[in-house]
Design a binder for this molecule. Structure first.
Ligand code: GAL
Length: 376
């Protein structure tokens, strides 16, 4: 009897795990198990398709409030079909070395990896904050590897574009703008738009927080980041080796308060999902379009359709990436995080198909869906 019961429990456990893995469906907000049966731990994710495999890089979180900082590093998972994810370990680890900028307890967020065909290297960029300094440092960081799953060698972190003017901000505008530090300043918003934080940080370099990368069809790569106290986005062209920023960059939506940028390209147009600024709590998403990465970007409004609650919270999530599905025409997945700041390891993933009405992208909730959605 004892033996039978034991056998039954065993069989049941195996069945549940297998059912999860074999469902071949995306059920946003649920626990997503890897092929070992463990909740996938790759938050603020970035994706790269390489040699017939998708790779998912993300923040490896731990339980408890400490989990919001980098106690382990950046994890990586691999999948052939986007449903079954194999844990490939830690691609880029934090260190115990107290002299290192990437010491345990610093903040590493939104890692994104791109492959450089010319150098045959994998390059990871991430939002980096220094240990014990909250979000003050506002740096972007770079690491490099010979193999996609790592280990990545940390190269540097920095403020962006010190002493360089963007292409769409003239010297006359620069000379007119007055630095401010105080939000209570009269006409604060207008002053931000006019470049108050920009000139404040001109010598030291501009702040860089929520970020993403985008590689265009011509292999030119771009770094997109929330700057100027998260009030303004900066889009910068990367160098040919993808390891640094060129001086070519623009300010986008000054004073527009955009975070969590995620970019995709369809029919020659560039689209950007972003969020507003409410920390770990969700807020309404925004969508913008441009004919060129380097501007001019135009808002298209909130891309979410559904109830007021769904629209106001982006289905309780914040964007991180838009993945083009391989082998399907015009198939894009909007990928987002449902943060759990009190227990970050329990953060969930929201993936929804990007739909189009009269060429304008929109999102709606599905309790579950699969890739056959794109066959219609
Ligand atoms: C969010 C941001 C996250 C993280 C968080 C910290 O707005 O998108 O990546 O930085 O704030 O509060």
């Amino acid at each position: 009897m004892f033996k039978i019961r034991f056998f039954l429990i065993g069989a049941f456990t195996t069945l549940t795990v297998n059912a999860q893995l074999e469902k071949n469906e995306f059920v946003s907000g649920e626990i997503w198990k890897d092929t070992n049966g463990t909740h996938i731990n790759a938050h603020g994710g970035g994706f790269l398709f390489y040699k017939n495999t998708y790779y998912w890089f993300g923040e490896h979180k731990i339980a408890g409030s400490q989990g919001n900082s980098a106690m382990v590093g950046v994890g990586v998972y691999a999948s052939k079909d986007l449903y079954h994810w194999e844990n490939k370990g830690i691609a880029s680890a934090v260190t115990e070395d107290k002299n290192s900028l990437i010491q345990k307890g610093c903040i590493i967020e939104r890692p994104k990896v791109i492959y450089n065909k010319h150098t045959d290297k994998f390059v990871m960029w991430f939002h980096h904050e220094l240990k014990g300094q909250g979000y003050e440092a506002a740096l972007t960081g770079v690491a490099i590897a010979d193999t996609i799953t790592g280990p990545y060698t940390y190269l540097k972190s920095f403020r962006v574009h010190p002493k360089v003017l963007p292409q769409n901000f003239s010297e006359a505008q620069f000379l007119k703008a007055k630095p401010i530090n105080n939000r209570k300043d009269e006409n604060w918003k207008q002053k931000v738009i006019d470049g108050a934080y920009f000139v404040r940080d001109f010598e030291e370099g501009q702040m860089s927080r929520d970020m993403t990368l985008f590689v265009d069809d011509d292999d030119v790569a771009y770094h997109i980041t929330a700057s100027e106290e998260n009030q303004t986005l900066l889009i910068s062209k990367l160098s040919d080796d993808y390891l640094s920023l060129t001086h070519e960059y623009i300010r986008v939506f000054p004073g527009g308060r955009n975070e969590a940028p995620a970019i995709f390209k369809k029919d020659g147009k560039y689209y950007m999902f972003s969020s507003g600024l409410t920390g770990w709590s969700p807020n309404p998403a925004k969508l913008a379009v441009s004919d060129k990465m380097m501007g001019d970007w135009t808002y298209l409004g909130n891309p979410c359709k559904g109830s007021e609650k769904e629209k106001n919270t982006t289905f309780w999530s914040q964007s991180t990436y838009v993945l083009p599905v391989q082998g399907k025409k015009e198939a894009f997945i909007f990928m987002a995080d449902r943060w759990q700041p009190k227990n970050p390891i329990d953060g969930r993933y929201v993936w929804l198909p990007v739909q189009f009405k009269k060429e304008i992208p929109f999102l709606e909730w599905f309790d579950s869906w699969d890739l056959s959605f794109f066959d219609n």
